[in-house]
Design a binder for this molecule. Structure first.
Ligand code: G3D
Ligand code: MG
Length: 337
């Protein structure tokens, strides 16, 4: 967790960070840019949601959880003011916040209520400083508890700290997961492994590793899944990212034609870097039926062109997620024995 911002929409000054936690939250531009962005989003929504929203801030390599707050103030136009509680975290940690969003939401709701009453009472600024301080302590405490629960108190087994050693692991096969930003790569990995804390982040190539042992027909296959942390697209580290990969998933979003069009480019990029390896194309977000933009005929054509399996999944409902990974494990096992 990077920090918290309490932002208020001021009629004269626009959106401002009323208080930050820590007070010297850096880089300092965040204190200006984040309120601006959050209030922009709020003004584009029909109705300010009373739930927590995840909003990426790619320019800073971070993501945020945002809880909007409405309060009564007769002195304002319309008699209603708007504010927001914002939590900032590194993109590389997004699995933790995805997985435990409900628990975070409870904490946000509690403090949103207090902030609303502070606004309506016209409380001094020190009250908000104390509020963010308590909220920060509570969130950090929650993170600790969740981590203990997930890892059973034992320390995360350290992966080798640099990628060359990690890929030398003899018992586990390296699997890479590619595709445009927001197609659901991280959500798929999280659904399959169910481990949010037990990941190893390789900062040099901006990658999260998670492991999972798969069993089928009495055969055990260890997988180490490499997922790009954040929105990296064709970045200069991709050679290291692909190197030693025994299988490749290329994910697109069934509700985005653009992400589907880019599958071929991702495929060519991998093949030109590490040669042909087992590849499965995943069409994700199958649950969003009414928003679907990619039809079965286009998928069949791509399948024929790339000679890859295609699996349609939903990381939200979990449909076919395990199938995709098990199919991959089978392919890798077959080719490596
Ligand atoms: P990425 O790792 O490819 O960048 P993410 O993608 O896993 O971060 O997912 C991007 C957004 O898509 C997230 O929404 C996530 O919840 C959502 N998402 C992922 N898979 C599915 C799916 O199968 N169905 C639906 N409906 N949504 C999905 P937010 O709003 O959290 O950014
Ligand atoms: Mg991701």
């Amino acid at each position: 967790m990077k920090g918290l911002i309490y932002t208020v929409f001021d009629e004269k000054l626009g959106p401002i960070a009323k208080v930050c936690q820590p007070a010297d939250l850096s880089p300092p531009e965040l204190q200006e840019k984040v309120p601006m962005m959050v209030m922009n989003i709020a003004s584009n929504m029909q109705e300010v949601v009373q739930a927590i929203a995840t909003i990426p801030i790619p320019a800073f390599g971070i993501k945020s959880l945002v809880r909007f707050i409405k309060f009564n103030d007769p002195q304002l136009r319309g008699g209603i003011g708007e504010a927001a509680l914002v939590l900032l975290f590194d993109e590389a940690e997004d699995t933790i916040y995805y997985k435990y969003i409900k628990q975070f939401e409870e904490v946000f709701n509690k403090y949103a209520k207090v902030a609303k009453s502070f606004q309506e009472k016209k409380a001094p600024k020190t009250h908000y400083t104390t509020l963010l301080g308590s909220m920060s302590d509570e969130l950090r405490g929650l993170l600790e508890v969740l981590e203990k629960e997930e890892t059973g108190g034992e320390k995360t087994r350290a992966f080798a700290s640099d990628e060359s050693e990690a890929s030398r692991d003899e018992f586990a096969f390296k699997l890479v997961i590619l595709g445009d930003g927001s197609v659901g790569k991280t959500s798929l990995v999280l659904h399959f492994t169910d481990k949010a804390f037990r990941q190893t982040y390789l900062p040099t190539i901006g990658t999260n590793l998670s492991e999972k042992n798969v069993e089928f027909d009495g055969i055990k296959v260890g997988l180490v899944i490499w997922d790009i942390a954040g929105q990296a697209k064709f970045n200069k580290f991709r050679k290291n990212f692909y190197k030693g990969g025994k299988g490749v998933f290329i994910v697109f979003d069934l509700t985005s034609k653009e992400s589907f069009k880019n599958v071929k480019a991702w495929y060519d990029d991998v093949v030109s870097t590490i040669g042909t390896v087992p590849c499965i194309v995943i069409g994700n977000k199958l649950d969003l039926k009414e928003k679907r933009e990619v039809d079965d005929a286009s998928i069949a054509a791509l399948k024929a062109e790339l000679k890859c399996d295609v699996v349609l999944t939903s990381a939200l409902t979990g449909d076919h997620v395990n199938d995709a990974f098990i199919t991959m494990a089978r392919l890798i096992h077959m080719l490596n024995h």
